[in-house]
Design a protein around this ligand. Sequence first.
Ligand code: IDP
Ligand code: MG
Length: 140
Amino acid sequence: MALERTLSIIKPDATKRNLTGKINAVFEDAGLRIVAQKRIQLSEKQAGAFYAVHKERPFYGSLVASMIAEPVVVQVLQAENAVAKHREVMGATNPSDAAEGTVRKLFAESIEANSVHGSDSLENAKNEIAFFFAETEILP
Ligand code: IDP
Ligand code: MG
């Protein structure tokens, strides 16, 4: 196993309900270290670019709108095996399929308003981290 970094986003449905600390506690309890974090308001252009891979999906417009409805908290999480560890603790995309104790089981409102984003591969993690953070903002 290697020390990895992954990109996490606490989504508007969660920031709106004041759940940033509770979600961070789940991450930290799982051994993920928050090595960078900032609360930002995404523009439509930024959210559209971030989710460009889903452009052809029927939910794309609604997803982009949901991501700009409130501020988000973008984070870099570091741990051994961070990408897989984070995906595991986030839970399945649809909260009704998510395992007990996962962020999405605990907090998500729906398949779209599912409280958190996490990179799905090490390569995507590198690109997604660079989308939001300068290397100097990441402090292990
Ligand atoms: P992931 O966040 O678990 O990696 P993806 O398939 O990459 O899931 O989808 C990105 C995001 O798009 C999801 O987190 C969710 O917010 C939204 N989404 C995915 N599938 C649906 C759907 O069927 N309806 C509405 N929104 C969806
Ligand atoms: Mg995804």
